[in-house]
Design a protein around this ligand. Structure first.
Ligand SMILES: [Zn+2]
Length: 126
C-alpha cells in the first residue's frame, strides 16, 4: 500500500488501541447467546494477538479475523440438498451468498460504535 497507516499497534498505549465488543443492544450481551459470544470472542482474540505481538499491525490482525469470519460464514451457509428449500433460496448460489454477506457486513458496520470516527475526514469542517 502506498499510504502510511496513521495508527499502528505499538505506536499508542495498548489500552487505547483495544477494541471493545460492546453492543448497543443489551439483550445481545447475554452469555448464553452464541451471536454475542462469537462477537465478543472475536474482538478479544484481536486484542490478545495485538497484546502478544506489539509489532503486529492491527490492520493485518483485523483482516485475518475478517477472513476467518467469512470462511466460517460461508461454511455455515452451504445450501441443503433440497433444491426447493425456501430457507436456502437466498444463499443457493455463490452470487446469492455474496449478496447476503454484503447485507450483513453493511448492517454490522452501521451498528458498530466505530462506524463513525472523530478523525473522519468529513468531520468538523463546517
Ligand atoms: Zn435448505
Amino acid at each position: 500500500m502506498l499510504f502510511v497507516r496513521a495508527v499502528k499497534a505499538g505506536t499508542m498505549g495498548s489500552s487505547l488501541m483495544r477494541a471493545t465488543g460492546a453492543r448497543p443492544i443489551s439483550a445481545m450481551q447475554e452469555t448464553d447467546n452464541p451471536f454475542s459470544e462469537a462477537f465478543g470472542k472475536a474482538v478479544d482474540l484481536g486484542n490478545r494477538i495485538a497484546d502478544t505481538d506489539d509489532k503486529a499491525d492491527i490492520w493485518d490482525i483485523a483482516d485475518g479475523l475478517l477472513a476467518g469470519a467469512v470462511q466460517y460464514w460461508l461454511y455455515s451457509r452451504q445450501p441443503c440438498s433440497d433444491p426447493e428449500c425456501e430457507e436456502c433460496q437466498p444463499i443457493s448460489t455463490a452470487q446469492g451468498r455474496i449478496e447476503e454477506l454484503r447485507k450483513l457486513m453493511r448492517q454490522f458496520a452501521e451498528e458498530s460504535e466505530y462506524f463513525h470516527s472523530p478523525t473522519d475526514r468529513n468531520v468538523g469542517r463546517a
